[in-house]
Design a protein around this ligand. Sequence first.
Ligand code: SF4
Length: 475
Amino acid sequence: MKEFNPFLKKFSKKHRRVAVVYPNRYVGGITNLGLQRIYFEINSNEDYIAERFYTDVFEGLRSVESGAYINNFFIALFSLQYEEDIFNAVKILKKGKFRGKTIAGGACVIQNPFPFVGIFDRLFIGEVENAVTDVIEDRHVEGLMPYSMKRRVVELDSEMRAQIVSDNAYGRSILIEIGRGCPRGCRFCIVRQIYSPARWRSADEIVSIAEANRDLAEKVAIISPSPTDHPEFKDVLHRLKDLGFHVSPSSLRADKFDEEMAELLSDVRTLTLAPEAGSEKLREVVNKGIDEEDILSAVEIAKDVERIKLYFMFGLPGESYDDLNEIIRLVEKIKNTGKRVSVSINPLVPKPHTPFQWLPYGGDPSKNVLDSIEEMRRKRKYLISKLRKIADVDVESIEKFAIQTVLSRGDERVGKYLDRKLTLSRIIKSELAEFLDHHPFDREFPWDRINMGYRKSRLRREFEKAMETAEVELP
Ligand code: SF4
């Protein structure tokens, strides 16, 4: 692992040591700009020194910077970006015999902090920029549980000028967060919900960050949930290209991809598109806002790309085998253009704060948990058998996503099951099985206690609209 401008602060006895822990692999952790920001904020304070921990560097037990053991740090800040990262976090705390104070934040904590209550001393809900020291010093800052149950949202003003550049998930590149949140209304999407409202950085600001780091990399990785919705997206691409940068966006929307954009992104070798569903009906249910014509036209325009990567879900409400066959048909059509096609297809996790939060895992409110799981297994097997003949297929297990569902929808009871591996059979035999089930309207969700800044009635209206389109009767 080579870093091109690590921020090296020398430890002295006057410093209090803060461990910044990403409980997953380095390559993903270093692309997390939020975590880099936390690291720089702490290191800019003369009383503290921050060092980083990743699971694939000394098993997460010793720091990247000095190799110091985690139990020499007085506080550990964890960033939970994926539900299963909690197992790595628990392992690090246990194996590292960590006795200091623990705080966790990140997407999983924002969506629902309650499953992690028994594991960490404090949980932070929201965006921590310019408040990291307050959090470390346990001040009553917005977002810091238990003092505040309100998600903290910040202005998206200036971005860090300096960053650690390394071989990250995008290759050696300068990372620029061009926007946060998303103006779209996909009904399954947690990203939109936990980072609302949509905010954009100006084209001038984006270009100046790239220029400030230009000696470090020739490539700019553009980070945002929906980069093509940036109001000055093409202008940004033109200006970065004129400055000699290669640009790689985190994703593209099929309905926004045109000839000009294809020209501006001519270095991109893989076009990633997320049709989410195969049939127009299910795309309408999830409110994706693109149709088959948009997808096929994006593929046609992307003449120079070598590979098309497609993201789909199954376990959607009202889904039949005809809908699954529509996925297979669409993949076949794209494959016939002569490009390499890879497909990532996974079960829907009905996430907190989204209109689908009332759905069971499996998407069918008339089925019990065991029948839903069986049905999902059959669908998965069917999709793999058909899609493998056409494309490279990546499908996670039904169990993995069931565990994710429980970790994202659970309450304080989840914590006591995290001491050892959480398996689907353990879930099904326990009180946790209810988190896989359909949720009646008259019961509160654990996360209703958090003020996220939206009205639940809006989500319910969206949910009812989706069920109507899906022709699903609620029990
Ligand atoms: S799936 Fe993408 S486009 Fe849709 S709301 Fe989420 S981030 Fe936005």
